[in-house]
Design a protein around this ligand. Structure first.
Ligand code: MN
Length: 204
């Protein structure tokens, strides 16, 4: 089984002006495609690993043979993280989360505004390339951060929401102004998908 680049459920310009069309196109067709291609290349000839989903590979990264581990961690992680990220994006007209995840955020972080502040600080503080996440840690909502293409699932934390803070995610429009990109990101969070991720996490 070869891993494949998933199609986006929306147009590359759907998130304008918050995330620009050119960034979305390059991010999906070049960066994400490269993770898929390099993951497939790393798995070539390893039929037992080729049978696993990318989530299984990344979740059990420490059980991957050492000579393949770094490639699968980086490119499998890249494929997993971006596949997750695209579903999180939809213009929300400034909406805040409601329903169960909205309640969960308020209960874990006192208020949505406090959650937004803490999440943004974590995203802005990630040195170099990586991600900031809202995760479920044994049912508790927490903010986390990973370097490079690591995913919290390798530490048994289930991602609910996350932001890519690699420069390739924002540099064309925001240059060095990561904080502006992080602020803009709150206009393109698909809270319905976040709700689904939250509910799904409870069943695992
Ligand atoms: Mn990226």
């Amino acid at each position: 089984m070869k891993h494949e680049l998933p199609k986006l459920a929306y147009e590359y310009n759907a998130l304008e002006p918050f995330i620009d069309e050119q960034t979305m196109r390059i991010h999906h067709t070049k960066h994400h495609q490269a993770y898929v291609d390099k993951l497939n290349a790393a798995l070539e000839g390893h039929s037992e690993l080729q049978k696993q989903t990318v989530e299984e590979l990344v979740k059990n990264i420490n059980r991957i043979p050492e000579n393949l581990r770094t490639a699968i961690r980086n490119h499998g992680g890249g494929h997993l993280n971006h596949s997750f990220f695209w579903h999180l994006l939809k213009k929300n007209n400034g909406a805040k989360p409601t329903r169960n995840v909205g309640d969960g955020i308020v209960s874990a972080f006192s208020s949505f505004d406090n959650f937004k502040k803490l999440f943004s600080e974590t995203a802005n503080a990630r040195f170099g390339s990586g991600w900031a996440w809202l995760v479920s840690n044994e049912g508790h909502l927490e903010i986390a951060s990973t370097a490079n293409q690591d995913n919290p699932i390798s530490e048994k934390k289930i991602p609910i929401m996350g932001i890519d803070v690699w420069e390739h995610a924002y540099y064309l429009k925001y240059q060095n102004r990561r904080a502006e990109y992080v602020d803009a990101f709150f206009n393109v969070i698909n809270w319905e998908q976040v709700e689904k991720n939250f509910e799904h996490a409870k069943k695992r």
